[in-house]
Design a protein around this ligand. Structure first.
Ligand SMILES: [Zn+2]
Ligand SMILES: [Zn+2]
Length: 148
């Protein structure tokens, strides 16, 4: 049980850390042409940028599949990545970007902090000069009451 939990957490953290890195150096780098669609107001419901979610989702599925026989670490890391994907979708796509209009803007607490931090990321429409590339781990200033 502890074993499973450990790898679920590893999978989750690995996503936030590698996600931060990929977002900052690859999506706002060589693959900006794809990620750009998320910084512009595009017309349709889907963005080319959604390909990244598909990619991460497939990694999780492959890991779960590989670890299925013995429920080894690959299985649990795949579960952790899936948890991350679901939380990411819920917070980033539904709560922050309101692709499904379930909720209004969070006013206080942790959710309001990550909301502000991600808005700061979207303040720029350009490849360079953006801030705040993570989703959950963001600078503490965004959690203070009156930050921008
Ligand atoms: Zn970005
Ligand atoms: Zn966004």
């Amino acid at each position: 049980m502890i074993y499973a939990l450990f790898y679920i957490i590893i999978g989750f953290l690995a996503m936030e850390l590698s996600g931060w890195f990929i977002h900052k150096y690859i999506m706002h780098g060589p693959l900006w042409r794809i990620h750009k669609t998320h910084h512009e107001h595009t017309k349709g419901y889907f963005e080319l940028n959604d390909l990244f979610s598909l990619l991460f989702g497939s990694i999780a599925i492959v890991l779960i599949f590989l670890g299925l026989e013995n429920f080894d670490y690959r299985f649990w890391m795949g579960v952790g990545i899936s948890f991350y994907g679901m939380s990411y979708f819920f917070l980033h796509d539904i709560l922050i970007h309101r692709r499904l209009k379930f909720f209004g803007k969070p006013k206080k607490g942790f959710l309001a902090g990550i909301f502000k931090a991600h808005q700061a990321h979207h303040a720029s429409r350009f490849r360079d000069g953006s801030v705040s590339f993570g989703l959950f781990f963001v600078p503490f200033k965004y959690f203070k009451k009156r930050s921008r």
